[in-house]
Design a protein around this ligand. Structure first.
Ligand code: NAD
Length: 485
C-alpha cells in the first residue's frame, strides 16, 4: 500500500531552473516517524556541480555589484516568503526529520526566516576599518569572495542551511549549496521560494546528493573560493585536508560533547527543567545539547530523582501530535548507531537509569524509529560514552565535589563547542566561563541565541566562527588600501 503512494521527486536548482540530476539517478528519502520511503532526491555528481559553479560564476558580476539595498530587498522578500509558507515548510521539515511539528513551527522555520532577515539588515550596517597615520591613511575594503560552497547537516535542516547561505549572499557572493541527503526537502522548497522572490538566476544553486560525490566535488572545485561546512568532525577533517593545498577559506562547525554543570547553589528547579530540554530537545540531535551532566554532590540525589521523573514524563510519539515532546530520530541507520552506543555504555559499566531502548509505537508510527530518553550513570570521563558524540536522546550523569574537579571533567574531551554552568555565584560563573574549553558558554540558561554573537567551537568542534559580523567577515576578502598624503 505504502509503496503504491506517489513519491515526491525533488530537483536540483541550477541557474534558476529546476533540473534532474545528470546521472538520472535518485536517492531514497524516508519519513523516519513512519519508516516510509516518501521522496526521491537527485543523486547528483560532479557534472551537476560543474554546471552550478559555472552558473554562479556567471551571476557573480551582477550580484556582487548590485546596490546593497537591492540585495537586501530580495533577501527580505525571501524571509517574508518563508514566513508566509510556514505551515508547508514546517510540515515538510517534520516529515523529513521526525521532529515534533511544534518544534518545526516554533523554532526551525521561524529561525530560517530570521536568518535571511537578519543578514539582509546586517549587510546594510556592515562597515570596514580605516587606520590613520601621520602622513597617510589606510582604508580596508571588504570584497565578496566569488563562488562559495555551503554544506549543511540533517539535524536542523533549513535552519542551518539558511544560516550559511544568507550571510554568503548578503556579502555579495554567489553560492553553490548542498543540504544533507538525509533531509533535503525544505532546501528544495527554499529553491522555489528564491525563484518566487526574484533572486537572479545563478546567484544561489542547490545541488542535491551524497557528501562523498556532490560535497566532495564542491570542496575540490578550483573555482570555489571558500567553504562553509556544518557537520561531523570526521567529515570536517576530510574537508580541511582537501581545502588546505588550495588555500581555500574554510569555516567548520563540527561535533560536540557538551558539559552541563550544576552547582549546589543553583536555582535547581530551573536547572532541572532546562536540563530536560538541553538533553532531549530534537531527540538530543542538536550539536549544543548538554550530553554530560555534572551535579555537585549535595544536590545530586535531588537533581537526579527530579530530572529522571521529568524526563520520564516526556511524551515520545507521533511528531504530528501536538502533545508530543520527542519525535523519531532521523533514520534507521542513526537509530542503530545510538542503540549501539547504549550497548557500549552498558559494557563500560554504565547503569541505565532511564530508557536505553527502542520504542515501538502503535498506529501511524508503528514502523517509525523512536528511542526512549536515556540517562546513564556511573561512567568515568575516559570511556567512549563520555568521549564520543552520540547525537541522540542519551545523556550521562555524574556527581562532583569541587570546582577544580568539574573543570577537569568539563575540559576532558577533544571537543569544545558549548557548556552550560548553573550557579548563583557570579565570581565562580565568570571564572569558569573564562577557563572552560568552549566557544559558547551559557550561565543559568541554555541555547539562548542572539544572532549577532560569534557562534562556533574550539578544539575538534571546529574552526572559525559564524554569526553576525564574524560571518560577514568570513564571506569577504579584506583588502587594505594605503594613501600617502
Ligand atoms: P556529516 O558530516 O555526515 O554530513 C554533513 C554534510 O556534509 C552533509 O550534507 C553531507 O552530505 C556532507 N558530506 C559528507 N561527506 C562529505 C565530504 N567528504 N565532502 C563534503 N561534504 C560531505 O554530518 P551529519 O551526520 O549530517 O550531521 C551531524 C553532525 O553535525 C554532528 O556531528 C553534529 O554535532 C554536527 N553539527 C554541528 C553543528 C555546529 O554548529 N557545530 C550544528 C549541527 C550539527
Amino acid at each position: 500500500m505504502a509503496e503504491a503512494r506517489k513519491k515526491i521527486q525533488l530537483k536540483n536548482y541550477i541557474n534558476g531552473s529546476f533540473r534532474d540530476p545528470s546521472s538520472g539517478n535518485y536517492l531514497n528519502n524516508y519519513n523516519p516517524a513512519i519508516g516510509e520511503l516518501y521522496a526521491l532526491t537527485p543523486d547528483s555528481n560532479e557534472d551537476d556541480v560543474n554546471l552550478a559553479v559555472k552558473a554562479a560564476e556567471m551571476a557573480f558580476p551582477l550580484w556582487s555589484k548590485m546596490p546593497i539595498e537591492s540585495r537586501s530587498r530580495i533577501m527580505t522578500r525571501i524571509a517574508d516568503l518563508i514566513e508566509q509558507n510556514l505551515d508547508i515548510l514546517a510540515s515538510a521539515e517534520t516529515d523529513d526529520t521526525g521532529k515534533p511539528l511544534s518544534l518545526s513551527n516554533e523554532v526551525d522555520i521561524p529561525r530560517s526566516a530570521a536568518n535571511f532577515r537578519f543578514f539582509a539588515n546586517a549587510i546594510s550596517l556592515f562597515s570596514s576599518e580605516s587606520h590613520a597615520m601621520n602622513d597617510a591613511v589606510n582604508y580596508t575594503l571588504r570584497k565578496p569572495i566569488g563562488v562559495v560552497a555551503c554544506i549543511s547537516p540533517w539535524n536542523l535542516p533549513l535552519y542551518l542551511f539558511t544560516w550559511k547561505i544568507a550571510p554568503a549572499l548578503a556579502a555579495g557572493n554567489c553560492v553553490v549549496a548542498k543540504p544533507s541527503e538525509v533531509t533535503p526537502r525544505t532546501a528544495f522548497l527554499l529553491s522555489k521560494i528564491c525563484d518566487e522572490a526574484g533572486l537572479p538566476h545563478g546567484v544561489l544553486n542547490i545541488v542535491h546528493g551524497l557528501g562523498t560525490t556532490v560535497g566532495k566535488a564542491m570542496v575540490e572545485h578550483p573555482n570555489v573560493k571558500a567553504i562553509s561546512f556544518t557537520g561531523g568532525t570526521e567529515t570536517g577533517r576530510t574537508i580541511a585536508a582537501a581545502a588546505a593545498p588550495m588555500f581555500k577559506k574554510v569555516s567548520l562547525e563540527l561535533g560536540g560533547k557538551n558539559p552541563n554543570i550544576i552547582f549546589a547553589d543553583a536555582d535547581l528547579d530551573k536547572a532541572i527543567d532546562t536540563s530536560v530540554l538541553s538533553s532531549f530537545r530534537n531527540q538530543g540531535q542538536i550539536c549544543l545539547c548538554g550530553s554530560r551532566i555534572y551535579v555537585q554532590r549535595p544536590v545530586y540525589e535531588r537533581f537526579k530523582t527530579e530530572f529522571m521523573a521529568k524526563s520520564y514524563m516526556l511524551k515520545v510519539g507521533d511528531p504530528r501530535d501536538p502533545s508530543t515532546n520527542i519525535g523519531s530520530v532521523v533514520s534507521e541507520a542513526h537509530m542503530k548507531k545510538i542503540l549501539e552506543h547504549i550497548e557500549i555504555a552498558k559494557k563500560e559499566g554504565g547503569e541505565i537509569l532511564l530508557g536505553g531502548n527502542q520504542l515501538k509505537l502503535k498506529g501511524r508510527c508503528e514502523h517509525g524509529w523512536f528511542i526512549h530518553p536515556t540517562i546513564i550513570e556511573g561512567l568515568p570521563i575516559d570511556c567512549r560514552t563520555n568521549q564520543e558524540e552520540i547525537f541522540g536522546p542519551v545523556v550521562t550523569i555524574q556527581p562532583f565535589e569541587t570546582e577544580e574537579e568539574v573543570m577537569a571533567l568539563a575540559n576532558g574531551t577533544n571537543y569544545g563547542l558549548s557548556a552550560s554552568i548553573w550557579t548563583n555565584d557570579i565570581k565562580r560563573a565568570t571564572r569558569m566561563a573564562d577557563e572552560i574549553d568552549a566557544g559558547i558558554v551559557w550561565i543559568n540558561t541554555w541555547m539562548k541565541r542572539d544572532l549577532r554573537t560569534p557562534f562556533g567551537g574550539m578544539k575538534q568542534s571546529g574552526l572559525g566562527r559564524e554569526g553576525g559580523l564574524e560571518a560577514l567577515r568570513f564571506f569577504t576578502e579584506p583588502k587594505n588600501v594605503c594613501i600617502q598624503y
